[in-house]
Design a protein. Sequence first.
Length: 671
Amino acid sequence: MSSSLTISTGDASRLGANVRPDGINFALFSAHASKVTLCLFSADGQTETARLDLPARTGDIWHGFVSGLRPGQLYGYRVDGPFAPHQGHRFNYHKLLIDPYARELFGTIIQHDAIFAYDLSHPDKDLSVDTRDSAPYIPKCVARESITPPAFNKPSTSWENTIIYEAHVKGFTQGNSQVAPDARGKFSGLKSPAVINYLQELGVSAIELLPIQSFFSEPRLIELGLTNYWGYNPFNYFTVHQDYGDADEFKAVVQALHAAGIEVIMDVVYNHTAESDERGPTLSYRGIDNASYYALQENKRFYVNHTGTGNTLNTAHPEVLALTIKSLHYWAEEMGVDGFRFDLASTLARGEDGFDHRSDFLVACENDPILSKCKLIAEPWDIGPGGYVLGQFPKGWRGWNDRFRDSVRSFWRGDAMAHKELAARLLGSADIFDHSDKSAHSSLNFITSHDGFTLNDLVSYQHKHNHANGENNRDGHNHNLSDNMGVEGPSDDVKINNARLQRKKNLLASLLLSQGTPMLLAGDEFGQSQNGNNNSYCQDNDITWLNWDKADAELQTFTRQLIQVRKKFPHFSQAQFLHGETIDESNSASNAIWLSPNGTELQGNAWDDTSLNCLGLVLNLNGMGAVLVILNRGPEQIFKTLTQADWTCQFTTAERNSSGLVAANSVSVFS
C-alpha cells in the first residue's frame, strides 16, 4: 500500500466525504470505536492503495483531511473497537464498511461468507470472529463533489387533487414493448414518452415508487435463487439501487415527470437495514457502531425486532435521527422528490413506552422547513407492542388505511352487515382520523397494494398461491377477504369472467368515489395477475412484471373515465369531514345523507337491517349542487329517489333503465 499520502486533522463539520479544491475531508460518527481507518482504493475498486487512521475526534465524530485526492476517489472504512456482543459491540477491523453518508457506490455487494463478521461454521456462531478481509465483496464509496441542487419545477399538487399510482421501477416497464429495450426495467424507462403519456391519460397525479435506495437481497433468498425484488432491505440511504441506473438518471426521471405535472413519491425504509439480526452480514452500521445504530434488547447480543426483519434502527439516537433527516433532505432537494411513504412508520416514532406522536422523528419532520412541505405518508403499523396506530400520526400526515381496504372488500364480497363499516370508510373514516384538526384527506385509501393480491387476483382466488417463494405457502396474508366467484384461478366460463370484471369495476368505483386520498396499484387498471401470489416480494420475473400485452382495454377505459368523474365532481375530495351538517338553511340541505332504496334517510336501527344490500349517499356542496352515489350489491333494485327527483346518471359500472331500476352489483353516480 502507498505511504506517500498524508492525513491531517480536517474537521467534523460535515459527515461523509467532503470534496474540496485541495483534497477531501472525511468524517464518520462512532461513539464506541477505538480507531477509525480510512481505506483508499484504485479506480477499478480491486486494490486497496492506502490505509490512513483518522487522526482527530470531535465528540463522537472521527475526521481527517487528505490533500491531493480528487473527486471520484474510491474509499471505505475499517473500524476497530471492542468485540463484545453481550455489551452490544461487534467491531471487526477485517471488514470493510460502507460510509452511511456515501452519495455514490462503485460495485455491488457480493454474497460471500467473508461479509459476515463471524465464522459461519463456528459452533458459537455470532460470538466467534471471522478474520477474512471482506473488501473484495463490498462496494466502494465514491467521493462526489458537492453540487448546487437544480431548480425543480414541482407540480405541488394539492391533496384534494392527489391520486397516487403505486409502481415498481422494474416491473412497470420491463414488459412494455413501447419502451426502448435498453430502458425497460430502468429509471430511464419511466421517462419514456409512452410511460408519461400513459400516466397522463390515466389521470393520476403522482407515482409512488417502491424502494429505490440501495438494497441487498437476503442471503437466504440468494441461496434459493430468488431476490428481494420489492427492495425493502436497504443498506445505504443516499444512493440509488444500481440495477435501475444512477442518480443522474433518476433525477432526469423526476424532472420529466414534473414537466408532465406528475409528482414523485418515494417508498422509504428507515426502520431497519439489510444487516438483519445477529446472524446477518456486516456491511456498514453494525461494524461502525452497532450499539448506537440499532435498538438492542436487554441482553445486547440480540436486536429489538419491531420490524420482523431482524433489526430495528435506533432513530431515538440523535445521530441516527440526523442520518434519516439528512437523507430525506437529499432526496427532496437534490433529487427533487415530492414526498415519502414511510415503511413501518410506527417504528420510527417509538419512544420508551411505545408509539409517541411527539417523538423526535415526528417533531423533526413537523418543524423542518423542507420536509414539512413534502407529502408525508405513514404505513401506520409494525409488529412490536402497540404497533398498530392508524390515525395517530400528527396533522399533515396521511396514513395507509387498511380498514378501508378490508371494509370495501367485505361489502362487495357479500359479508353480512358490512354496509355499516363501509359507510364510515366512504366518508373519510372520520371515526379514525377526525381529530387534531386533520382533514379528510388524511385517510390514504386503497383496495390493493404491492403487498397482497392484485385486484384481478382478489376476485379470482380464494386462497394464496405462494409456493414459488420457497416457504411451502406459509408466507403472505391469510386474511384476504377475496372471492374467486366459483372457480380458483383463471376460468373459461364467460359468466364467471363477466362477474369478476363487474366486481373489479365496483371495487375501483368504491375507491375513487370515496372521501380521502386514493391510491391505485399499477396494473390493477388493466387486470394484472400474479397467479394468486399475494407476497411477491422475491419474484423478479413474469409473476410481477406488468403484462402490457394482455391488458384489459375495457377496464383501462373504465378506470380513466372513473378518475375523470372524481375530478369533475369536487364532492368526492372534500377537505372537511362530513357528518351530515346543514350547509343551506333555506332548504335544510345536509353535506352528507345516507338513503335506503325506499328514499328514506338511514338512521338508527335502520342500519341494523341485515338485508340492506343497496344504499345511497347524497353529497351536497355549496354552489355545486348535489350528487347521489348508489351502491347495490344485491338484486336489481328500485331506488325511489330516482323516480321522484330529476337525477341524471353521470357514471355507472352497469346498465340502468329509465324506470328507476338500479342494476345489481353496480355503483352509479347521479347529479
